[in-house]
Design a protein around this ligand. Structure first.
Ligand SMILES: Cc1cc2nc3c(=O)[nH]c(=O)nc-3n(C[C@H](O)[C@H](O)[C@H](O)COP(=O)(O)OP(=O)(O)OC[C@H]3O[C@@H](n4cnc5c(N)ncnc54)[C@H](O)[C@@H]3O)c2cc1C
Length: 378
């Protein structure tokens, strides 16, 4: 353990660990301060998609950022495997959002058109396919499927293994990971930040606030803003079955181990310990209308998780004007954006400044001091 660090990262979820890993890769002395085992962590509850289609309606810069992340994911997976021996099982051969009935097909077509009409978005090649075309790629779809949208950049990963690979990598880089160290106060003395934890103070020249929804409370301590509007998501997992789904869907994917994950709802309720069977029932019903053979599978697990969700649905990356060296990072889609956090955000933090051409659109200054309603369409 060092007495003083180049960077202290607050939060050891997917964002904090990806950024810390990226900093370790650049030779920085880093401490990661985290809460205990029972902390709420979106990083242990997510659906594991590396997803591009439909991201960025209302903010074209988010499409650009997401496409960049998708393109950098193979390098991240390869580096993690080289360093830790852990295969994160990245599959990136395109993904679907399937529709049931003509109304849903029409609504999805309109969304694709609105996305395509946005000036300044990256070309993410999302297209509508009729059921006959979908059936060639997903032969087991049911008769109610009217078609769907397809994007070749979409994919998925084993996100728990990714999380483990980052933490294994942190150790290999000599990064100090401190669980049970919730940060309750941050002050700055000269060029040094001091972070108060129950086990004493940690000092660092820079800090990155990556504490998920708790950034809302921590950011104002260093002159930053992170208005959040968390939502809850529920996921159902079936027993293992034969490989049947060569492409992930927004709400169904087959894991590398053969189980089928069905999700994910969006609820205002913020208790992650209670499952609502009425919600699981709707998700399961829809899944078996998309793929009728799923009706024969047993459900083996189900959970709820709280999404890290900036108020308008888009990421927040910012640096403090009043406390130079303090950064904040939070977003939904921390799986998708992990490669950007490990490579780009870590590089920018190490250099001491966020690059406006890459992340300027994501400054919390867009909220004008207040939170905005969620309009991301995610
Ligand atoms: C149901 C569901 C489905 C999802 N599906 C996808 C998907 O398919 N694809 C995708 O890309 N993303 C998905 N996500 C989103 C993704 O999981 C999150 O964006 C990501 O996990 C956020 O990581 P994080 O590190 O910011 O947050 P978290 O995992 O919540 O971690 C925050 C960490 O900060 C710590 N912390 C909090 N306060 C303090 C403090 N004061 N001091 C120290 N530490 C503190 C906590 O203990 C925690 O470890 C999904 C999320 C959910 C819930």
């Amino acid at each position: 353990m060092h007495r003083e660090y180049d960077v202290a990262v607050v939060g050891g979820g997917l964002l904090g660990s990806a950024i810390a890993w990226g900093l370790g890769r650049l030779g920085k002395r880093v401490a990661v301060l985290d809460e205990g085992d029972i902390a709420k962590r979106a990083s242990r509850a997510n659906f594991a998609l590396v997803w591009v289609q439909s991201k960025g309606l209302g903010m074209p810069a988010y499409t650009v950022w997401t496409v960049r992340a998708s393109q950098a994911w193979p390098s991240l997976a390869a580096e993690l495997k080289d360093q830790t021996g852990l295969d994160v099982c990245l599959q990136q051969n395109g993904g679907f959002h399937l529709t049931l009935g003509e109304d849903e097909y029409e609504q999805r077509t309109q969304l694709v058109t609105r996305m395509h009409n946005q000036a300044g978005a990256a070309d993410y090649k999302m297209e509508m396919l009729p059921a006959s075309e979908v059936k060639k790629m997903l032969p087991l779809i049911g008769p109610e499927v009217s078609g769907g949208s397809f994007c070749p950049f979409d994919g998925h990963v084993n996100s728990l293994r990714t999380f483990r690979a980052f933490h294994t990598g942190l150790k290999a880089f000599g990064i100090d990971y401190f669980p049970e160290r919730p940060v309750s106060a941050i002050t700055k003395s000269g060029s040094e930040f001091r972070l108060t934890t129950p086990q004493g103070e940690i000092r660092a020249h820079k800090i990155v606030l990556a504490a998920g929804n708790a950034n809302q409370t921590l950011a104002p301590m260093v002159g930053l803003l992170a208005p959040m509007g968390p939502t809850r998501g529920q996921i159902v997992v079936t027993e293992r079955t034969m490989p049947f789904l060569p492409h992930p869907l927004t709400t169904i994917r087959q894991t590398d181990e053969g189980t089928v994950m069905i999700g994910d709802s969006k609820e205002d309720e913020l208790d992650e310990r209670a499952l609502k069977h009425s919600i699981s029932a709707v998700m399961a019903d829809r899944a078996q209308r998309l793929f009728p053979h799923l009706a024969r599978l047993n459900v083996v697990r189900s959970w709820a998780g709280i999404r890290v969700m900036p108020k308008d649905g888009f990421p927040i990356y910012d640096q403090s004007e009043t406390h130079p060296g303090a950064f904040v990072a939070c977003c939904h889609s921390g799986v998708t954006l992990a490669s950007n956090h490990a490579f780009e955000v870590a590089r920018m933090v190490a250099s001491g400044a966020l690059e406006p051409e890459l992340v300027g659109a994501f400054s919390a200054r867009r909220f004008g001091g207040e939170g905005a309603a969620n309009n991301s369409g995610y």
